[in-house]
Design a protein around this ligand. Structure first.
Ligand SMILES: [Zn+2]
Ligand SMILES: [Zn+2]
Length: 384
């Protein structure tokens, strides 16, 4: 059954939505991973050893050689003194392919931009005051346009009061975690987190997980088949407090989404594996948008918020298509219409071969009207 509808006319205007098989690889380049991480942590001057055309925004967020990066102007001019005291007064930090970045690509840069990648939200800036040059680190804010095009936390589809909250409570570390599925790791931490586990921690944790039958205490997924996906969290952050009330056994996905966890890297494959098991174990029997938002890969939050806002028929999680012996795990799918949205587009070719229509998450969000029309047409033609 071939479901690809010919929308060639329509798509001429919005070519990126119609999936063109590129050589996009989730892992990005190899290179000196550690060295690049360290350099990006300090900040690199755009145009000196790193160029704008090496920074890819195809997934919405900015990617340099497999690292998530931001772009900002470090020169605060005669405003520097004030900016050092209050980062809100400074230049904004771009975290996505917003119109300003697009303009820079078209017209070239007018000012010096730095490329940086760090979780702590502190940015090196410089400038001058009456006495001469000043420099230091300050908490600059993220560019709102960037957050809007990603519909970050639904900030473009929810009431104005909610949007304000999203901007006010924004943290770079949370932002990086949200989109970490597109990258091979989180940026290096500056201050090493205290790893003061007690000597008997391993046995305490494994005993507890065993007692709970390897089930997540949050989503109840059974991880007998893959125990490495189950973790034990110290709820109050104190790793010396191993009292039962301070411990929570969580699957990697629930851990990543837990408000009290430290920054944690969970890959897209791990989330997909967990959702495949949740589906097999019938945890998605009754599903609504609220549950979808709790279970989907965080990189798709913006898209799910948009689908909810536009009242699209619910997509499904945990759908797997077999390609010979290889399971192709799909982030979100409308299986009856064979429509898939993926974080990792390297699987797209194989799904296309099986008659599926495949979209990248960011293209779906960017060209949502076209996507919606295709989906509704497919539902009307083939039934839901
Ligand atoms: Zn921006
Ligand atoms: Zn869970």
């Amino acid at each position: 059954m071939k479901l690809n509808v010919d929308f060639s006319e329509l798509f001429r205007a919005v070519a990126p939505l119609e999936y063109v098989v590129t050589e996009f690889v989730l892992d990005g380049g190899a290179g000196d991973l550690e060295g690049i991480s360290r350099a990006l942590n300090r900040g690199m001057i755009l145009g000196e050893g790193i160029n704008l055309n090496q920074i890819d925004g195809a997934n919405g967020v900015l990617n340099y050689d497999g690292h998530q990066v931001m772009l900002y102007i470090p020169d605060q001019g005669d405003n520097a003194e004030a900016v050092l005291k209050n980062g809100k007064l400074g230049t904004r930090v771009h975290v996505a392919e917003c119109s300003i970045i697009e303009l820079m690509r078209e017209k070239g840069r007018l000012k010096r931009y730095d490329v940086i990648s760090r979780l702590d939200g502190s940015f090196p800036v410089f400038g001058y005051d009456a006495e001469g040059e000043v420099e230091g680190g300050t908490d600059l804010e993220a560019c709102k346009n960037c957050l809007k095009i990603l519909n970050y936390k639904g900030c473009n589809t929810q009431p104005e009061s909610v949007n304000r909250q999203v901007f006010e409570n924004f943290s770079f570390s949370q932002f990086f975690e949200t989109y970490s599925s597109y990258f091979k790791s989180l940026p290096a931490k500056i201050a090493k987190s205290s790893t003061n586990y007690t000597d008997d921690w391993y046995s305490i944790s494994s005993k507890l997980r065993n007692e709970l039958d390897y089930k997540c205490e949050q989503c109840h997924v059974d991880l007998h088949s893959d125990k490495t996906l189950l973790h034990t969290l110290h709820i109050n952050g104190n790793k010396a407090n191993n009292k039962r009330a301070n411990l929570k056994v969580l699957c990697a996905d629930c851990l990543k989404k837990h408000p009290r966890r430290e920054s944690v890297y969970v890959s897209n494959t791990e989330v997909l594996k967990i959702n495949t098991l949740r589906r097999e174990q019938k945890h998605f029997e009754t599903v609504d948008y609220a549950l979808l938002l709790k279970r989907v890969d965080m990189a798709l939050y913006g898209l799910i918020h948009k689908c909810q806002y536009r009242k699209l028929p619910l997509p499904e999680l945990g759908v797997v298509v077999m390609e010979k012996e290889l399971p192709l795990m799909i982030d979100i799918a409308w299986p009856a219409q064979q429509i898939a949205v993926l974080v990792d587009m390297s699987k797209a070719k194989m799904l296309l071969k099986q008659g599926w229509s495949v979209y990248s998450a960011f293209d779906t969000l960017t060209y949502f009207d076209v996507f919606e029309e295709r989906l509704i047409t497919a539902i009307n033609q083939h039934g839901s």
